[in-house]
Ligand binder design. Structure first.
Ligand code: AGP
Length: 636
């Protein structure tokens, strides 16, 4: 996710902003930039790569002293991570500078309209349209805050925006919709930032902004000496900072003031003890963000970024998914969706095994490479092999501009934001969403599913973020259970249908976090060997399919639960609300919202993530960086 800092006050804006950006580095980024307002001129510097590149640029070409400014670390979504696409973005005349976090879904139309009006846009970003629109509105209304309100009413999607105007020294304006923005209130200075870690060293007094709100920080009048050597006054470097918050409609808005009692390190984790906990909590938004811009108003899918003509997709006679670890589990689940919605055979391979089985590929085999980091060497080598065999490769990736998407024919980016913890959580859920979108799109293009069926599934997908939120609100019993099992040396996981890969994922989480033996099985395999592992007290997690669909599957897994309980297992049952058949056999019952069968992994996985994280914590393990593991395995 991008990092944003805005500042107005008596300190050197550049110093405060760059320090704030450094505090936001944990959010992950691939370019950075700043803008300061000095003597009525907006001076900017921006560079691809890490902050060190920007600081080198600033050393070679210093910006003038100023007390109003803003900065940005960009996590690329639209447009490659390069100097031109880095923020801030300015209008043609350099009257407004803006930085942005989020996705502006209707930017293509806005851009076309601007270019028809003679604007010259130079980047590939969605953000740049905002600087031109702000300049237009500014000319008409004469105030940056009002211009921001007018522009925000025309934007669709998720956005945090912060802007400064050359003609308004001492003023910084921000706006937010479905994306975070917080205000820091200091002595004679004010801050706008993506999160409090950017300004916590200057002030712990903050204001949380609500949905669809605009905030203006205005430093008025005379005041003490400041970083520009001035004594305050007309150039806006004077006394107190006034904070004005309105809705997009211009009416005064309710805000929540709060005092930050986190330390700076905790602030980077949003107050959570571990990035993994923060990332688990971010899953509802990650799921929603991955859907953004890919479903039109009528529920029709638009995956232009696939860049594979529909007629070629109609010729596809096989889908092959290659991935590793958790991403491989996403592929196993995707198989059910692809085959059900498209009637195209789907194979799923561990990327490290793929090319050694001499797979049957060719131009009609569509290969999907799933990778959070986009740098996993096993997956990269698998996609290279597929392309050598003449197959088209679509990457599903969470890291813009990474090697795997670069070497693929097309990419569908997940928008989970950077995943810092080694154990993958939000990336996994967004990989599932992306796989569902590809499968539904294939079904839509090939006509194997009617428009209404596609729209129904898309409607269900659109509600999954809320369903995940509901699961997260009921996890305390799961944490207590995990703590009670911290001395166990094994946990087994069972599932059927899409619940089987969920069982595998739950076992992997426990292995990599709690360093304990954990194994996932297809429940139907129990009697073919694994049931020999069952003895008194062995904890067994069972992911139960919905009783509303394929009741036969449900009945079979209820039988499996009885079989293991009869042999002493301690049954931990994940079952949908209203499923009463499992109650007599569940030592611990974890309820999940009812979903369509194929989408159940999106809610069933969450308790298993929480379970593994809590058990690892109870064991005193380092949750974000488990032993022996790396976030990205760039060797075979
Ligand atoms: C999952 O929790 C692990 N971090 C690991 O299995 C990971 O999913 C695997 O290494 C693949 O990584 P990628 O998605 O970046 O390719």
């Amino acid at each position: 996710m991008c990092g944003i800092v805005g500042y107005v006050g008596r300190q050197a804006a550049l110093e405060v902003v760059t320090a704030g950006l450094r505090r936001l580095e944990y959010r992950g980024y691939d370019s950075a930039g700043v803008a300061v307002l000095a003597d009525g001129v907006l001076a900017t510097a921006k560079k691809a790569g890490k902050l060190v590149n920007l600081e080198k640029e600033l050393g070679e070409r210093p910006l003038p002293a100023a007390t109003t400014g803003l900065g940005h670390t960009r996590w690329a979504t639209h447009g490659a991570p390069n100097d031109v696409n880095a923020h801030p973005h300015l209008d043609d005349a350099g009257r407004v500078a803006v930085v942005h976090n989020g996705i502006i879904e209707n930017f293509a139309r806005l851009r076309a309209e601007l270019e028809e009006r003679g604007h010259r846009l130079t980047s590939e970003t969605d953000t740049e349209v905002v600087s031109h629109l702000l300049a237009e509105e500014y000319s008409a209304c004469g105030g940056l805050a009002e211009a921001m309100r007018l522009v925000c009413r025309r934007l669709e999607g998720a956005f945090t925006l912060v802007a400064v105007a050359a003609e308004e020294p001492g003023v910084v304006v921000g706006a937010r919709r479905n994306s975070p923005l917080v205000v820091g209130v200091g002595q004679g200075e004010g801050f706008l930032a993506s999160d409090v870690s950017a300004f916590i060293e200057y002030t712990r007094d903050a204001i949380e902004l609500g949905q669809d709100q605009v905030v203006e920080l205005r430093r008025d009048g005379a005041g003490g000496p400041d970083a520009t050597g001035g004594t305050g006054g007309a150039d806006g470097t004077g006394g107190a900072v006034a904070v004005t918050v309105t809705g997009f409609d211009g009416l005064p808005a309710e805000v929540r003031e709060f005092h930050i009692d986190w330390d700076a390190s905790a602030a980077e984790k949003g107050g959570y003890d571990y990035f993994m906990l923060k990332e688990i909590a971010e899953q509802p938004k990650a799921v929603a963000d991955t859907l953004l811009g890919r479903i039109d108003g009528s529920g029709h899918l638009s995956l232009d970024e696939l860049r594979i003509p529909p007629e070629e997709l109609r010729e596809v006679d096989k889908v092959v998914i290659v991935a590793c670890g958790t991403a491989h589990h996403a592929g196993l689940i995707a198989k059910y969706a692809v085959e059900h919605w498209t009637r195209v055979p789907c194979e799923v391979d561990l990327a490290s095994e793929f090319r050694y089985r001499d797979p049957i590929l060719g131009p009609r085999a569509l290969v999907i490479a799933i990778s959070q980091s986009g740098e996993t060497m096993d997956t990269l080598m698998a996609l290279r092999h597929a392309r050598e065999q003449g197959s088209k490769v679509v990457a599903i990736c969470n890291t813009n501009g990474a090697t795997i998407p670069r070497e693929s024919d097309a990419v569908l980016y997940t928008h989970a934001g950077p995943e810092v913890a080694v154990a993958s959580t939000k990336a996994f859920l967004t990989q599932l969403v992306a796989c569902y979108l590809v499968a539904l799109y294939l079904g839509q293009v090939r006509g194997t599913r009617s428009g209404e069926e596609i729209r129904e599934q898309v409607r269900e997908l659109s509600g999954i973020g809320d369903a995940v939120e509901r699961v997260l609100e009921t996890m305390e019993p799961v944490r207590e259970l995990a703590r009670s099992l911290s001395s166990r040396n094994t946990v087994l996981f069972l599932g059927r249908h899409v619940g089987h890969p969920v069982a595998l994922e739950g076992a992997l989480k426990l292995k990599e976090l709690a360093y304990m033996h954990a194994e996932g099985f297809a429940a139907g395999e129990l009697k073919h060997g694994p049931i020999a592992l069952i003895e008194e007290g062995v904890p067994v997690v069972v992911v139960v399919p919905s009783p509303r669909d394929r009741a036969v599957l449900h009945d079979k897994i209820v039988s499996n639960i009885q079989e293991i309980r009869a042999r002493g297992a301690r049954t931990i049952v994940i079952a949908e609300e209203g499923d009463e058949a499992v109650v007599p056999y569940a030592d611990h019952l974890v309820r999940i919202p009812a979903t369509p069968p194929l989408l159940q992994p999106l809610v069933a996985t969450v308790p298993l993530q929480v379970f593994a994280c809590e058990l690892a914590t109870a064991r005193g393990n380092e949750v974000d960086q488990p032993r022996n593991l790396a976030k990205s395995v760039t060797v075979e």
